[in-house]
Design a protein around this ligand. Structure first.
Ligand SMILES: Nc1ncnc2c1ncn2[C@@H]1O[C@H](COP(=O)(O)OP(=O)(O)O)[C@@H](O)[C@H]1O
Ligand SMILES: O=C(CO)[C@@H](O)[C@H](O)COP(=O)(O)O
Length: 471
């Protein structure tokens, strides 16, 4: 049996799956937490990856590995390959003004959509680099290379694999390869704001406008191209976590995937690139050579974490509570902008609760309103995609909640197909690794379909409530 490893280095944790390359059967797995915060030193991701690999039984019998990671994070390296400063993550909104400035400087949103498929907001790497140039010019000048979380981990893995067999302790300080061995893929490159999915080329002019210089950039690998440094264990190009989720869940043309992790994302596999001048849809590339139009919200699973904290209950109890309140929570409406919001672009917004009365002031109403509010943001995202999906698939940590699965059809107004709970991002990475060593014949998981009558009033009230938020 040939084994492959898939990694999901996402916002809250690192997960590793080891699967049979031919059939996709799960053999072992491991996970480790990431620190909180929107600014994280990449060494924490490396430590978590090593811990998760160790828990998954090591890599010595593995033929190929692939890393999928949270998109957009700004990792700056100096000429010796050392990290210049903590990485700014996709959900760090400090570069909102830089984003607005860059949009104006290029001539408006359409110019950006035409150039790179997306209109940058604070999440995009290019805006973080402008913020760095303006606020930390010494760090900007010291930056010899810029890469993304998955690129950096892939590069560190190449260095560690060259140093000897897996040993979590020894690998922690393993030497790093030269900067010219940095590599990325189309999917993750498309979230930088300086790579065009339509032309497949970097826009170094836009990078220079943002940062003032053009540092070394990772080579963009094709979907089946091994990363530099591959030897004993082949290293696949890796990709962004959403692109890997599309692979892992086996998304096909006509499917829309709704992922409820730290971010909420709604995306579809497409044959042609997109360029939405409203900025709602990011025109990403996918991990197979195609495209992945995607809408992302900053507030998903953690809205439920917050509601559970307020109610003083566990996530399972929150789910039970939510199902005790009627659809629409009798008018209690929660706008979940707890981290500001990205779609719509409201980086400084805060959350709010509307429709509070003596009868709706119960933990059950709050639980239902939190789930409905989170899902309304994603139903708006689905509308923005302007697709008539044949199937809507629901994945991510919060899809483990029974209440989320039951309430989703009433908010989206369509049946929702839910595959069994699994690590679809890590699975997608493993599937990509498998293509380097065999022709994988992995079966897509069966799904269970949840149906329910649409309750239009929920979205109407949510739309009214979003007009009344405090920044
Ligand atoms: N049963 C559950 N009900 C609701 N939320 C859950 C449940 N299980 C996990 N989660 C939430 O899912 C989130 C983690 O999901 P995940 O997709 O792994 O996120 P990320 O990829 O962004 O790190 C956490 O916020 C966690 O609280
Ligand atoms: O910024 C985006 C997509 O554009 C996010 O989806 C990040 O990729 C983080 O993902 P999760 O950690 O929530 O899975």
């Amino acid at each position: 049996m040939t084994l492959v490893a898939g990694v999901d280095s996402s916002t809250q944790s690192c997960k590793v799956v080891i699967r049979d390359a031919g059939t996709g059967a799960l053999v072992r797995q491991g996970r480790a937490p990431h620190p909180d915060g929107t600014e994280v030193h990449p060494s924490h991701w490396w430590a978590a990856l090593l811990q998760a690999i160790e828990e998954a039984g090591g890599l010595d019998d593995v033929a190929a590995i692939s890393v999928a990671g949270q998109q957009h994070g700004m990792v700056c390296l100096d000429a010796s390959g050392d990290v210049v400063r903590d990485a700014l993550l996709w959900n760090d909104t400090r570069s909102a003004q830089a984003a607005a400035d860059l949009v104006t400087e290029l001539g408006g949103p359409r110019a950006w959509a035409d150039a790179v498929g997306s209109v940058p907001v604070a999440s995009f790497t290019v805006t973080k680099l402008r913020w760095l140039a303006e606020h930390e010019p010494a760090d900007a000048q010291r930056t010899a290379a810029v890469c993304l979380p998955h690129d950096w981990l892939t590069w560190r893995l190449a260095g560690a694999l060259a140093s000897g067999p897996f040993d979590a302790r020894a690998w922690r300080e393993a030497p790093t390869p030269p900067l010219d061995q940095l590599a990325t893929d189309r999917g993750d490159a498309s979230g930088t704001g300086y790579w065009s999915p339509a032309t497949g080329a970097y826009r170094t002019d836009l990078l220079k406008t943002a940062l003032g210089t053009v540092p070394h950039l990772p080579k963009v690998l094709g979907p089946r191209e091994a990363a530099p440094g591959s030897a004993r264990v082949l290293i696949a190009p890796g990709t962004g976590d959403n692109m890997a989720a599309a692979l892992g869940v086996g998304a096909r043309s006509g499917d829309v995937v709704v992922s409820l992790g730290t971010s909420g994302t709604v995306f579809a596999v497409a044959e042609t690139p997109s360029a939405d001048p409203t900025g709602a849809v990011a025109g990403f590339a996918d991990a197979t050579g195609r495209f992945l139009p995607l809408v992302c919200t900053l507030n998903a699973a953690r809205v439920m974490d917050a509601a559970a904290r307020i109610a003083g209950v566990s996530l399972d109890e929150l789910s039970d509570l939510a199902l005790q309140a009627p659809p629409g929570a009798e008018g209690l409406t929660l706008v979940p902008y707890l981290e500001g919001e990205r779609t719509p672009n409201r980086p400084t917004a805060t959350g709010s609760i509307h429709g509070l009365s003596l009868s709706t002031a119960t933990p059950a109403h709050l639980a239902r309103a939190a789930i409905e509010g989170m899902l309304c943001g994603l139903a708006d995202a689905l509308d923005a995609l302007s697709m008539r999906p044949e199937r809507v698939l629901l994945i991510g940590g919060a899809a483990r909640s029974k209440a989320v699965r039951r309430i989703a059809p009433t908010v989206f107004g369509v049946p929702i197909a839910v595959p069994p709970p699994a690590e679809y991002v890590a699975d997608g990475a493993a599937r990509q690794a498998a293509t380097l060593v065999t022709t994988p014949e992995w079966r897509s998981e069966d799904t269970r379909t949840y149906e329910g009558e649409a309750v239009q009033e929920i979205r109407h009230r949510y739309a009214r409530a979003t007009a009344h938020i405090l920044d």
